[in-house]
Write a protein that binds this ligand. Structure first.
Ligand code: C2O
Ligand code: CU
Length: 486
């Protein structure tokens, strides 16, 4: 095979630090995009859909003939796509064959805290963890990744991650939905591959953490995708450790944004770009013309605060080439309405809390496995006001729930934040008010997490633990930052 990049391999850390990376027009797109297989499953005697996952070390050739030491799920790198329907009972056997303990977290899943796969649910080497739950949420693009405290960045960087798709009969059938044909998962990650080989340890660069100079999509370097239909649905996941992407087509054509983290938007939103911080997802529908080659790119993120992730300027990347066949099958027109997204009115909130993200802490504290930072009552609604207070970027994520963005710096949020979210980019100095309802699950013995999804920040302790208890359960511990009822 040829080289996917005409660029020279960058040298050591010193030259790396101030060097802007720009691969626009320089990626040769000579490898077919690898589409993760759908994970096989079986339905057991209790009606549960059962999946078997094995996390293990392997070898992966990102560049032909140059094997890298990687980790993966049911394979050497990344993992299969899990798929389940709303209402279904699922059980997932996770066998850890790595040389160290890890965990597997179902990012975006509404589920009991004991099944969440956070840092207190470690899977020791040679053991199997078998969480189970009922899928109680609408169609969405979720994902899974390890969550061992202090080691999440490294485990994700080595390759442990995959998609988890939720299907729902209520989702409009006009949306392209043939997996791997016109409905394509795209796990986008930046990496360093000096000499074509993945650095075995995640190197540091900058205040937000690791930044790579090459893009892998589903683990493929320099990928192209053959498209045979007029419209293609791209399920974008920013699976990077720190990198913010601002995706657009090279010709800046308009496309439809149809879903964000937690499910479909109320209606398709026509736009020419979508920005994702680590952990965020977006589903877009792109229309192609016969025979064309369209390039998905990432340009300078817009943080609204002039922040650049690395000294020397923002990086920009060519990500994926879409190769439209000479004849394209016609695709259904998207419906005007996609889903009901009932707004949660601010006045219905039972409680309000403030979270200050700064210096690898939240409200001045680093995550401690010995402390519950706050306690929430089941069947209540809360407003969480999050603020980035240290001049760098953060990406705020809450387990179990999906929230709505009420305001960004006091203003109505833009259209791409009009749907269900579980992770949001928080530019320096920005405040966001998020509203969320805690339903279905309460367990005084098992916490959920909230944290920055910049994995370096998370590993350093920019994370907290919250408990959901039955109404009438014990009140907040006195140390929690808490504004009381209003
Ligand atoms: Cu995607 Cu707590 O994580
Ligand atoms: Cu952060």
């Amino acid at each position: 095979g040829g080289s996917a990049l005409a660029l020279p391999v960058l040298g050591g850390a010193a030259s790396w630090a101030g060097h802007r990376v720009d691969t626009w027009g320089k990626v040769s797109f000579d490898r077919p995009l690898d589409v993760p297989p759908l994970a096989p499953s079986r339905v057991d005697g209790q009606g549960q859909r059962v999946f078997d996952l094995t996390i293990a070390a392997g070898r992966t050739e990102f560049t032909p003939g140059r094997p890298s030491a990687t980790w993966g799920v049911n394979g050497g790198h990344l993992g299969p796509t899990l798929r389940a329907r709303r209402g279904e009972k699922v059980r997932i056997n996770v066998d850890n064959r790595l040389p160290e303990a890890t965990s597997l977290h179902w990012h975006g899943m509404h589920l009991p805290p004991s099944m969440d796969g956070g840092p207190h649910q470690m899977i020791e080497p040679g053991t199997t963890w078998s969480p189970f739950w009922t899928v109680r949420q609408q169609a969405a693009t979720l994902w899974y990744h390890p969550h061992p405290h202090g080691r999440t960045a490294q485990h994700v960087y080595r390759g442990v991650a995959g998609m988890f798709l939720i299907d729902d009969d209520a989702a409009p059938h006009e949306l392209p939905h043939a997996y791997g044909i016109d409905d394509i998962p795209l796990i986008v990650q930046d990496r360093r591959l000096p000499g074509g080989v993945l650095d075995p340890d995640e190197p540091m660069a900058g205040t937000t953490g690791f930044l790579g100079d090459r893009i892998l999509v589903n683990g493929t370097l320099g990928p192209y995708l053959d498209v045979r239909s007029q419209r293609v649905r791209l399920r974008l996941l920013n699976g990077s450790n720190a990198r913010v992407f601002r995706f657009h087509l090279a010709d800046h054509r308009a496309f439809e944004l149809v879903a964000t983290d937690g499910g479909l938007l109320p209606a398709p939103h026509t736009t020419d770009h979508v920005q994702l911080s680590p952990g965020e997802r977006a589903e877009i529908v792109v229309t192609l013309t016969p025979g064309e080659r369209a390039v998905l790119r990432s340009s300078d993120p817009d943080t609204g605060a002039g922040f650049v992730q690395r000294d020397g300027g923002e990086d920009r990347f060519d990500v994926l080439q879409l190769r439209a066949a000479a004849t394209l099958a016609s695709s259904a027109r998207l419906p005007a309405r996609l889903a009901d997204v009932p707004r949660i009115p601010a006045h219905t909130a039972d409680d309000r809390r403030v979270f200050e993200l700064a210096e690898h802490t939240i409200n001045g504290r680093r995550m401690s496995p010995d402390r519950i930072d706050l306690t929430v009552r089941k069947d209540t609604t809360e407003i969480w006001e999050v603020h980035s207070g240290d001049g760098t970027l953060h990406s705020f994520h809450v387990h179990d729930v999906h929230f709505q963005v009420l305001t960004v710096d006091g203003r109505t949020p833009p259209a791409h934040l009009a749907g269900w979210k579980d992770t949001v980019l928080l530019p320096p100095g920005t405040s966001m008010r998020l509203i969320m309802r805690f339903a279905d699950y309460a367990d005084p013995g098992s916490p959920y997490m909230y944290h920055c999804h910049m994995l370096y920040h998370e590993d350093r302790g920019m994370m907290g633990r919250f408990m959901v208890v039955e109404a009438g359960g014990r009140p907040d511990p006195p140390a929690a930052h808490h504004s009381g009822h209003h």
